[in-house]
Design a protein around this ligand. Sequence first.
Ligand SMILES: NC(=O)c1ccc[n+]([C@@H]2O[C@H](COP(=O)([O-])OP(=O)(O)OC[C@H]3O[C@@H](n4cnc5c(N)ncnc54)[C@H](OP(=O)(O)O)[C@@H]3O)[C@@H](O)[C@H]2O)c1
Length: 266
Amino acid sequence: MTSKRPGLAVVTGASTGIGAIYADRLAKRGYDLLLVARDKARLEALSQRLNAETGRKVDVAIVDLTDPAQLTALAARIEDEPDLTLLVNNAGMSADGNLLTGSSEEWARVIALNVTAPTLLSGAAGRALVKRGKGAIVNLASVVALAPESFEGVYSGTKAYILNLSIALARDLGKSCARVQAVLPGVTRTEIWERSGKDLNAFPSDWVMEAGDLVDAALVGFDAGETITIPPLADEDAFEAAQAARVALLPGLSRAEVAPRYRTAR
Ligand SMILES: NC(=O)c1ccc[n+]([C@@H]2O[C@H](COP(=O)([O-])OP(=O)(O)OC[C@H]3O[C@@H](n4cnc5c(N)ncnc54)[C@H](OP(=O)(O)O)[C@@H]3O)[C@@H](O)[C@H]2O)c1
């Protein structure tokens, strides 16, 4: 007899915000959970609530994902986890100011959390899922991956990295029956704004999505098998056209000959 249970989902950054909502929705879908973050009290409170409400097994892992040793240990645990079917790479941060005004140590932490951690965890989970021939990785990117002109560059760069990684990982997973989804939220009401010294109220109210709406929409995209999901974007055709225009450039991007406008007189 085959089990209909969906298996184990690992959610990083599950102590609050978008990650805590993913934990709630996934438990209600029947997943067992491993919730990862640094705040033990918040994780344990969420774990107890979800276990009581859904009967699912909900474990917590207190991990600072910017710490290389803790990250390596979590990646090994994920790769060895026999029931793993879903990894949600959600933990992320921004920082105050920009590259010229902010703290270099803080930007290094942003890169460690937003780039290094999801990269190593995606690799570990990807190898495990390919062996099993099923499962998925969800990577939280951002619409600012597409809009470096309108946001601070380090954060938007980390999110462009996640988008690129996800597109390439979808190709690498190929026909393995494991898959990847990049989710690109717009401005969403969570603590990330206050944590990075930014004022959410500075945005027009009709730009700001509630975290519950964001996750429910992302799961609609997940169920539809999307590789890229942009919950606020109504004009799906505009994004498809932009992607098609980018892909149309590919044949001309590497040539032996210098383009005519760059040729020097000999
Ligand atoms: N909110 C938005 O407007 C928005 C827009 C686009 C994309 N996103 C992306 O969506 C994802 C979730 O963001 P959010 O808005 O929900 O953020 P949030 O409310 O600030 O929550 C961030 C989560 O990451 C965890 N975290 C932070 N630093 C960590 C570390 N060093 N090690 C382990 N966990 C850590 C936090 O838990 P602890 O503090 O307990 O460790 C928390 O659970 C992020 O990747 C973010 O970039 C958000």
